[in-house]
Ligand binder design. Structure first.
Ligand code: GDG
Length: 493
């Protein structure tokens, strides 16, 4: 076993954790604000490390220098991988987002199984592996993220480069009846077995993975039943576990309590005339169930007309993958539905649905979380869903309610601690749940939200990173301040 204290961490993901912009004066680079960067940055700084990923821009001498300067400030190195326009089309939009994304979310009819996509995916995984091999050493731990890079460990091994490698899948892993439709199923399942540790969001995803493996790799044997199972294959031991991802709870809670955010939240409530606010926040993606959610809102006002003028639904849809035609079609569908429902129910001084198609600055998003009386998080399928957790963290008044799809990974953890589970396809059921929520006793609401917040506070993003790396190194680490992680009280779901 490696001594974890001497191990440097190499994170590999499709995108580097920075956002780049270019104007007449040249490039500017800003640190990414996502939960993953927040959680991994202290680990990378503490033990030294690097992050490898596509920069989101074409190769350019200025950009390389800028990333170099940025690395110095960040305290860890960033190594860009450059992709051609064709590779962005075939590997990223094609294989990753027109095959794996729909298939792994159970949308098999949306898959475009184009052989050219597969070849590009292999080429790009090889390029990532080459960059990883060049910039890492034998003793490093390589942590690869997500479905774009399932073949990275396989490529390293083929190149004769031995590294201890872990992989975490941020999206669901499908059951065999769906996975077996993938033309490259054997190669992908075997490529995943080239990792030393394979992490999933939930027990269910891990179980699906093991079932697919049983169907496709008869000489692989597995044992154990807890969070982590052992797999023996080709004289190696591979471990597969569930590690539900989370958020930086304290940062959302303290932002929600900040003066300017309290003021913005109050302004939002005032603009909506202090009616109860139901909130939806998603990337505009067909997995998020936005049309179904809008139908539930229509059903709510049809079934319970007494709630008209008492409730307002706010949907924030963040532009995403706009080059894929299906995403544009979905945008049109949503706009039509919003127009139709508003046309049906609007009264003087009250519009039932407020729809915003844009990305909000983080503080404004948190002000919406704080202002909302209820959050409607109803994906048709989701690896975890961080919006559900962020809403609870920001609900510092503990008066809000979370309605959560039973098909979100977050349901496994949050259903036991106060989330109201709904089936997003059942528009009458969702409408009924909201109506009951509207009249729910204040004390009951407080008690549920307090339990939700407590669970998310304990199982936060630092706990997640730590539990993955503990499994990787088989020991506890000391990368985080002690008050951010409490291992003894945390449980996996
Ligand atoms: C994938 C998996 C898994 C949203 N609107 C705005 C905004 N956001 C931020 C939220 C949240 C993130 O985007 C969305 O995270 P989700 O988890 O909900 O969804 P995916 O993007 O699909 O993420 C998912 C996740 O990976 C992590 O493993 O949970 O299942 O699909 O953090 O805050 N941020 C800002 N403005 C917005 O308008 N600033």
């Amino acid at each position: 076993m490696q001594n974890s204290f001497s191990v440097r961490l190499v994170v590999v993901s499709n995108r580097l954790p920075v956002s780049l912009a270019r104007d007449d004066k040249g490039w500017t680079v800003k640190a990414g604000a996502g939960g993953l960067v927040t959680a991994l940055a202290p680990v990378l700084m503490n033990r030294g490390g690097l992050w490898i990923g596509w920069a989101g821009a074409a190769a350019d001498a200025d950009l390389k220098k800028l990333l170099g300067d940025f690395s110095q400030d960040a305290g860890y190195d960033l190594h860009p991988v450059f992709l051609s326009q064709e590779e962005i089309g075939d590997y990223y939009h094609g294989f990753s987002n027109e095959i794996i994304w729909p298939l792994f979310h159970d949308f098999q009819a949306r898959c475009n199984f184009k052989p050219a996509y597969w070849r590009s995916y292999l080429d790009v995984n090889l390029r990532f592996a080459e960059v990883t091999a060049r910039h890492s050493r034998d003793s490093d731990y390589i942590w690869v993220h997500d479905y774009h890079l399932m073949h990275l460990a396989f490529m390293l091994r083929n190149m004769g480069v031995e590294r201890n490698c872990g992989f975490f899948l941020h999206i669901p892993f499908p059951s065999p009846d769906i996975f077996l439709k993938l033309p490259w199923r054997d190669k992908i399942i075997r490529a995943l077995l080239e990792y030393d540790l394979v992490g999933f969001q939930t027990h269910r995803d891990r179980r699906n993975f093991v079932e697919c493996m049983e169907a496709l790799v008869p000489d692989a044997r597995h044992s154990g039943r807890g969070n982590i199972v052992s797999i023996s294959w080709k004289n190696r031991t591979i471990r597969a576990g569930s590690f539900p991802i989370s958020i930086d709870f304290n940062s959302f809670a303290s932002m929600a309590a900040a003066k300017d955010v309290v003021k913005s939240a109050e302004e939002i409530r005032e603009a909506l005339r202090h009616r109860k606010i139901i909130l939806g926040v998603d990337r505009l993606d067909y997995t998020k169930g936005i049309p179904e959610r809008l139908e539930s809102i229509r059903q709510l006002f049809l079934s319970y007309p007494d709630l008209c003028e008492k409730l307002t639904f706010v949907q924030i849809a963040v532009p995403s993958r706009e080059v894929i035609p299906e995403y544009l079609a979905l945008k049109t569908e949503i706009e039509q539905l919003v127009g139709e429902i508003n046309g049906q129910f609007t009264r003087p001084g009250w519009i039932p649905i407020h729809y915003q198609y844009r990305s909000l600055p983080r503080r404004e998003l948190v002000a919406y979380y704080r202002a909302a009386d209820m959050a409607l998080v109803t994906p048709l399928r989701d690896g975890m869903n961080l919006v559900a957790k962020e809403y609870c963290a920001a609900n510092v008044t503990q008066s809000g309610m979370l309605f959560l799809s039973e098909f979100a990974g977050a349901a496994a953890q949050l259903q036991k601690v106060g989330a109201t589970l709904v089936n997003p396809h059942d528009v009458e059921g969702v409408a009924r749940a909201i109506q009951r929520g509207f009249y729910l006793d204040t004390r009951e609401r407080h008690s549920r939200m307090a339990k939700l917040r407590d669970s998310i506070r304990r199982n936060n993003i630092f706990w997640w990173v730590d539990s993955f790396l503990q499994a990787a190194f088989a020991r506890q680490l000391d990368d985080f301040p002690q008050d951010t992680v409490d291992f003894r009280t945390s449980t996996y779901e």
